[in-house]
Design a protein around this ligand. Structure first.
Ligand code: PLP
Length: 315
C-alpha cells in the first residue's frame, strides 16, 4: 500500500492575504511582486550560481543580523562572488524593503545574491559581466504551530566539502531537494540525511538534535549547514547547564532517543515525533524540546525587544 502523502512542511506558515501584494527588492528597486523579474540569462536561474540567507524580522528588528550577513559574505567569498554592496548597504536594502511593505514582525526574508547576467548560456563565471543580482523577497510568515513532524532517512547523503561544500547556502539546493522528495514519497515531512560515514547528520533544510538521558546531542557540525539557530541552541544549553554534545551517532541512538527536534531560523525548534516509522519517545513533543524552545524565545525577546509606544514599527 502506498504510504500516506506528507501534508506538513517544516516551513508551513499561516495564510496571509497581504502576501498577494508584496513589494520585492531587485537590484536597488522595490517593485510589486508581479513586476519583480530577473533575466533568463541570470546565473542564479541558469546555473544555481549564487548564495542566500533566510532571516526573520521580529519587533521591527532583524534576528541575529550580523551572524547572517557574516555567513553570506563568507559564502560569497568562497564562491568568489563580489556582492558589490557592504553589510551596511545590504542592511539598508533589507530595512527599505520591510518599510515598503509596512512589516515589523512575523516576517521571513530571503536575501539572494547571484553572479548576475551572463553574456552567453554557459557555465564559465567570467561570462557574468553585469555585476551581481541582489533580490530580497519578504513575506508575512507566521509559523503554523502544528504537530511534531515525521522524518524519513534517505539514501542521498551530505557530501564532502571537496564536492559542493554543504556549508554553502547555495542557490542550487538539488542535493537537499532530492532528499526532500525521497522523504515525501515515503510519506514523511522532511528528510533525515546521513554523512558519508553513515552517521546521522542533518535534515534537508534544518539542523537535527536528539535528547538521550537528559543530554542533548547533535552532529559534529561537519557536512551540515553551520546553522545560526543550531549554534544558539548549543550556546543556550551550555549557559543553562544542559549537557550538550556535538558528536557522531547512528540511527540506533536516534530511534532510541527520548526526544528529537530540528532547528532553523524559520521555525526555531520543531519537535520530531516519528523517524522511519519508529515513534520517538512518547510520540509527543518532549519536555527538553519545550524547555529549549522557551530559552530560545526568551533569547529572541532579549535580542529583539518589543518596541515601546511611539517607536516606528518597520526597521
Ligand atoms: C540545509 C540547511 N540546514 C540548516 C539550516 C538552518 O540554518 P539557520 O538556523 O541559520 O536558519 C538551513 C537554513 O538555511 C539550511 O538550508
Amino acid at each position: 500500500m502506498k504510504p500516506p502523502a506528507s501534508k506538513v512542511s517544516t516551513h508551513d506558515a499561516e495564510l496571509d492575504p497581504r502576501n498577494a501584494d508584496l513589494k520585492i527588492y531587485v537590484n536597488g528597486e522595490i517593485v510589486h511582486r508581479d513586476q519583480a523579474k530577473v533575466s533568463v540569462y541570470d546565473a542564479g536561474f541558469m546555473l544555481g550560481d549564487g548564495v542566500w540567507e533566510g532571516l526573520r524580522l521580529r519587533n521591527g528588528q532583524w534576528v541575529f543580523l550580523s551572524e547572517h550577513l557574516d555567513r553570506l559574505f563568507e559564502a560569497a567569498k568562497a564562491i568568489d562572488l563580489d556582492i558589490g554592496m557592504t553589510q551596511d548597504q545590504l542592511t539598508r536594502a533589507l530595512n527599505d524593503t520591510a518599510a515598503a511593505n509596512g512589516m515589523a514582525g512575523d516576517v521571513h526574508a530571503r536575501l539572494m545574491v547571484t553572479r548576475g547576467i551572463k553574456a552567453k548560456p554557459f557555465q564559465d563565471p567570467r561570462l557574468s559581466k553585469s555585476g551581481p543580482t541582489v533580490v530580497i523577497i519578504m513575506e508575512f510568515s507566521k509559523p503554523v504551530a502544528g504537530r511534531g513532524i515525521r522524518l524519513h532517512t534517505v539514501p542521498i547523503y551530505r557530501g564532502l566539502p571537496v564536492t559542493q561544500d554543504p556549508k554553502l547556502n547555495s542557490h542550487s539546493k538539488l542535493n537537499c531537494i532530492l532528499a526532500g522528495i525521497h522523504a515525501q514519497k515515503a510519506g514523511a515531512d522532511e528528510a533525515l540525511m546521513l554523512d558519508p560515514h553513515g552517521f546521522v547528520n542533518t535534515t534537508n533544510s534544518c539542523n537535527f538534535f536528539i535528547v538521550r538521558r537528559g543530554e542533548v546531542w547533535t552532529s559534529t557540525g561537519n557536512y551540515c549547514m553551520n546553522g545560526i539557530t543550531r549554534a544558539k541552541v548549543i550556546a543556550l544549553c551550555r549557559a543553562n547547564d544542559i549537557p550538550v554534545f556535538e558528536k557522531d551517532f547512528s540511527l540506533v541512538e536516534v530511534y532510541g532517543a527520548e526526544e528529537a527536534f530540528i532547528t532553523g531560523s524559520f521555525g526555531g525548534q520543531t519537535p520530531v515525533v516519528e523517524i522511519d516509522g519508529r515513534t520517538i519517545g512518547t510520540g509527543e513533543p518532549g519536555p527538553m524540546t519545550g524547555h529549549i524552545r522557551e530559552l530560545y524565545q526568551a533569547l529572541l525577546e532579549t535580542e529583539c525587544p518589543p518596541l515601546s509606544a511611539g517607536e516606528k514599527t518597520s526597521p
